[in-house]
Design a protein around this ligand. Structure first.
Ligand SMILES: [Zn+2]
Ligand SMILES: [Zn+2]
Length: 295
């Protein structure tokens, strides 16, 4: 995560934003700082070897998520600490009602994180979150906090533990494979296997073609993608794909797919008159298109 870019983008968005939107951006700015500080700690104190360039290339070309090949070991005490820190921050700044904030603050994070399958979290984070949601009742956690709020904390905490590994793994893949157009790109995140959270479309300099990149909010990876291809199911059938723009805002839109019936949030770099941070764009578009789970 490029925190300087995040700060620049948030500053630009805050100008002219409504009070509630500005408060939401401030909340995320603080959250990103927490995540990045913890990620720096994890990178410094947790040894992680990753994959050799050959192994990384082979897995990338075969669409096998790199993290499954080289799982990261998540330290349970560190993870507990990060969950408690994120929960306290959300209780204070997420605009929750008093009862939810107090419940989040007093939730027994130590016992809860002791029950989590962190081995799965370190190899397949989105499957881990899904499994937690499904099995939540079996944890025997007696709490007034909603499952979704608890899992929001877990997901926010998780990013710091997988992001450093994601950077190492993607760094080991050859540039030719990552950027080349000779082969099809991965629909899901090539590092952690999660669905893309959002997409960036840019007009490339030079040959005038369009570049596109997918963004994974789980591990922070960004990867090349075909311009005319569904970001959800991967169909390249142009007749079922279309773009629509947010009203009065050419820089943000949706890619619609008639084949899978899904759509994806897209930021059009050419029309965006401010610094582009995918972390910030993901937050802004969740609000813009009404799919925000939090504040
Ligand atoms: Zn990912
Ligand atoms: Zn589709």
């Amino acid at each position: 995560m490029n925190l300087l870019l995040v700060e620049d983008a948030l500053k630009a968005y805050k100008e002219g934003a409504s009070a509630s939107d500005a408060a939401r951006l401030v909340f995320y700015a603080g959250l990103f700082r927490l995540q990045q500080a913890r990620a720096a700690d994890v990178a410094m104190y947790t040894p992680y070897e990753g994959l050799s360039p050959d192994e990384a290339d082979a897995a990338y070309a075969a669409f096998e998520p790199l993290l499954a090949k080289a799982p990261v070991m998540i330290d349970r005490v560190q993870f507990f600490g990060m969950c408690a820190q994120v929960a306290d921050y959300m209780a204070e700044r997420a605009g929750l009602d008093d009862a939810a904030a107090e419940a989040l603050r007093t939730f027994d994070w130590y016992t809860f994180t002791g029950k989590l399958n962190l081995r799965l979290a370190g190899s397949n984070p989105s499957e881990f979150v899904e499994a937690c949601l499904e099995d939540f009742d079996s944890f025997g956690i007696d709490s007034v906090v909603s499952t979704s709020l608890v899992m929001t904390v877990v997901a926010f905490a998780l990013r710091s533990f997988v992001q450093p590994a994601s950077e190492v793994l993607l760094g080991a893949v050859s540039r030719e494979l990552k950027e080349g157009s000779q082969h099809e790109h991965s629909v899901r995140c090539p590092v952690c296997g999660s669905p893309a959270a959002a997409s960036r479309v840019a007009t490339a300099g030079g040959n005038g073609g369009c570049e596109r990149e997918q963004y994974c909010s789980v591990c922070g990876a960004v990867w090349s993608y075909e311009r005319m291809r569904c970001g959800v199911c991967g169909t390249g059938d142009a007749s079922v794909l279309s773009f629509s723009h947010a009203e009065g805002d050419p820089s943000h839109g949706l890619q619609h797919c008639d084949e899978c019936g899904q759509c994806q949030h897209v930021v059009f770099e050419e029309d965006l008159e401010m610094p582009l941070s995918m972390e910030v764009e993901n937050v802004v578009m969740a609000r813009l298109f009404g799919s925000s789970a939090l504040v």
